[in-house]
Design a protein around this ligand. Structure first.
Ligand code: CTP
Length: 399
């Protein structure tokens, strides 16, 4: 982020307020300027000092509280907010905002935030949440442009379980990231990303796979979505949680990935094939667990479909195909050969031998190879690498 974005967090009087401290911390660590407004009741659940320590700003509570970094008016914060999130939002504050009651710092400021996106994360007992009056008030807030984040189901502080739990801070953070982290320069673009390894069964207990973690492809999907694209992610088995704001298709084998990609690529403007697809699979899959016998064993393998080659041969007009290539030697030459052979527009290559590049880590050092050029990226996080790959793709599509 070039310039710090300001997130106004509204904390109201519910037990989930303690989780909002983690959200504030996450935001600060990721470079956001965080301003916290609390209701008087919220201070019964968490001390403002927690937020003040995390955000380095005074936590405003009463209408006539002053934060001298901004001017003296209570609406001053509203004019600098890039986003407002009320988490947790009680039935009381939801009701006040829906009916124009502004009787404390939080409600007056939020009511003055007319231009920036506003999120409400209700958290309360299930019966309260499902009460038609609360539901009506949420519908009013939606009508006025607030985005309501549906509470989760689970164990509630009142001892019952049901709907009403505030989503975890990581999930709330994703809403903010999605809204603010990147410029929306991919609106209207449909992007298909593949990620992760494939698994090719030998018998019911064994399979052939590779070390791909899926992190690079998941980062591509996340950044595309945050830049406004309509994203489908076809993913082999990984341990990464499903990304939000992305249509996810889970597959296991190269064959399943082929089928899914063939279908999804029909409507894609951009295809990024970050998956590490098995090149060969066992020719015969045993129905029963294979028992050990002799000293040696030979597995007969057969070639899988080269999905990317298929896409290159069936490229739609205007479609941009980006392959990925991992090499251990002659990276540029080998990758350029794949670019030609598979009829790609670009290939993002890395060398497994480079420090910081490769499968499991959170960083990468890639070289972007087009028909005319090679651009060596520095060592970057996989997310930043994804953004640079997308910059190059957009640049190439517009040239
Ligand atoms: N790929 C694919 N289908 C396959 C194998 C690879 O779509 N069956 C795609 C990968 O998703 C990646 C690119 O092809 O985007 C390069 O993969 P790689 O395995 O490095 O290239 P190969 O052409 O298989 O060449 P080699 O394994 O000999 O290096």
């Amino acid at each position: 982020m070039e310039q710090k974005k300001t997130v106004v967090l509204g904390v109201t009087g519910g037990i989930a307020a303690y989780k909002t401290a983690s959200l504030a911390s996450m935001l600060v660590k990721n470079g956001y300027d965080v301003q916290v407004l609390m209701t008087r009741n919220a201070t019964n659940f968490i001390n403002p000092i927690v937020f003040e320590t995390l955000t380095k700003h005074k936590c405003l509570i009463d209408t006539f509280d002053r934060n001298f970094e901004y001017s003296v008016e209570h609406v001053a914060l509203a004019s600098v907010a890039d986003l407002v999130m009320i988490a947790p939002a009680t039935a009381n504050v939801i009701g006040k905002l829906a009916h124009g009651i502004a009787d404390d710092m939080l409600t007056t400021t939020v009511m003055a935030c007319r231009r920036c996106p506003k999120f409400i994360a209700p958290a309360m007992n299930s019966e309260m949440y499902l009460n038609p009056v609360v539901q009506d008030n949420l519908a009013i807030l939606k009508k006025y442009g607030y985005e309501v984040i549906e509470p989760a189901e689970g164990h509630l502080a009142c001892g019952t379980s049901g709907i009403g739990k505030m989503p975890e801070p990581e999930e709330l953070y994703e809403y903010i990231y999605h809204e603010l982290a990147w410029e929306k320069d991919m609106i209207g673009k449909r992007v298909l990303v593949t990620a992760g390894p494939t698994q090719e069964a030998i018998d019911p207990v064994r399979y052939i796979t590779n070390h791909s973690s899926g992190k690079m492809g998941y980062a591509m999907a996340k950044v595309c979505a945050a830049r406004g694209a309509d994203v489908t992610l076809v993913s082999g088995p990984t341990s990464i949680p499903k990304p939000m704001f992305v249509n996810v298709v889970l597959v296991t084998t190269a064959k399943e990935m082929f089928e899914a990609v063939r279908r999804e690529a029909e409507n894609a403007d951009i295809v990024c094939k970050a998956a590490a697809v098995a090149d060969y699979r066992p020719k015969y899959v045993n129905d029963q667990k294979m028992k050990k016998s002799g000293e040696q064993m030979v597995l007969e393998l057969e070639k899988t479909d080269d999905i990317l080659k298929y896409l290159g041969e069936h490229k739609k007009p205007g479609q941009f195909l980006c392959g990925f290539s991992m090499e251990t030697e002659n990276m540029v030459e080998n990758s350029r050969a794949k670019l030609e052979k598979k009829n790609l527009d670009m290939i993002a290559a890395n060398n497994l031998r480079d420090a910081g590049a490769g499968f499991q880590g959170d960083t990468n050092r890639m070289t972007l190879i087009t028909r005319e050029n090679e651009t060596a990226l520095p060592l970057l996080s996989k997310e930043e690498t994804a953004a640079r790959i997308l910059d190059m793709i957009l640049d190439q599509m517009n040239s």
